[in-house]
Design a protein around this ligand. Sequence first.
Ligand code: PLP
Length: 441
Amino acid sequence: MSTQSPPIDLSNLWMPFTANRQFKANPRLLKSAQGMYYTAADGHRILDGTAGLWCVNAGHARPEIIEAVTRQARELDYAPSFQISHEDSFRAASRVAALMPDGLDRIFFTNSGSESVDTALKIALAYHRARGEGQRTRLIGRERGYHGVGFGGISVGGISPNRKTFSGVLLPGVDHLQHTHAPDHNAFSRGQPAWGAHLADELERIVALHDASTIAAVIVEPMAGSTGVLVPPVGYLERLREITSKYGILLIFDEVITAFGRLGAATASGHFGVTPDLITMAKGISNAAIPAGAVAVQRGIYDAILSASHSGIEFFHGYTYSAHPMATAAILAALDIYERDGLFQRADSLSKLFEDAAHSLRGRPNVIDVRNIGLVAGIELAPREGAPGARAAEIFSRCFDRGVLVRYTGDTLAFSPPLIIEESQIHELFDTVSEVLGEVA
Ligand code: PLP
């Protein structure tokens, strides 16, 4: 008897953020995952240099998470989250709150980063309205920012291909700060670039133009990941905090990538010592075993919204699957692993070695910048003339065949391995990329 599965039909599935025609001509399929490795459908093993999509922070197939989710599915497969709940949703909220900076201890559950972002933007608007400042509706994002794919998220986001098709219906009243990528000043920085704190002062210009009384919130990724790893210049986030506080504007850090250890601390806010008013998260919150996300909200914001409402529902927002029992089971189990195995500290202690390994690619063919922080690195390549992104795409594909998973955005390769990565695997990751760089014109 043949052990081969019947061939699959690739035509029905419309793949997200994928060149569908190219993929279907040359599909890359994964079959299983364990620890630091994927196994492809053809059986070859692939070192996961990206924690899936920046999300499997504790490594793949953790038995504790699998067991917790399985147990939960048997016991309570689903519970409504409107006007009724289940105990683990409160336990999970308390555990998440304990990892947030002081004061951000009110937790709203979602299922994804995009939902977390739209939730945070709505909370910001509801807060100002609750305080009698309903005219504060303007939202400020940043060029090159990625905040998911909801209409709110793409409006404050700053990645042009994600916006242009929908440009006629983006939220009104949104401005963008300038991004912080300045290779003339900060190429090959190790950790935070020294140059660029003053770029935050542009917020003063936007405030002067519109008046603070019209501005609800500023949202930025403390470390911009999806656009190709942009590390905030020294002093930049502090400056944004000063200016937003001065004018009563809420500051939202989108930590969908950075929360849960990526920079070597529970949050990027904690790592940088800058406390925003709201934090959005997803991905690592459940180690990606079950879709989950959340927004951590400063207690005063929650109190203001609740006390503005005399009775009944205070905030008209929520998802059928907010605090889904299997998501809260996965969250509790993932947070246990992070704590028990000291994974945030592990990321911190590996970060210097990771930095050195990433910067060892300086001088390799076509490498024009290396950027890094915590267990994140971006290697920017010179684009091929007339074919931006093609060189990085080819390197990604060759690395995949060679057994190493990297990501690419434009011509930047991005690295964000699970926090359980071993030293020898860090070398394997960057050595493979180094070899492939030597082969690709
Ligand atoms: N915000 C940031 C900073 C992200 O990096 C992402 C995804 O990469 C999102 C939001 C969107 O998350 P999701 O794809 O879970 O909707």
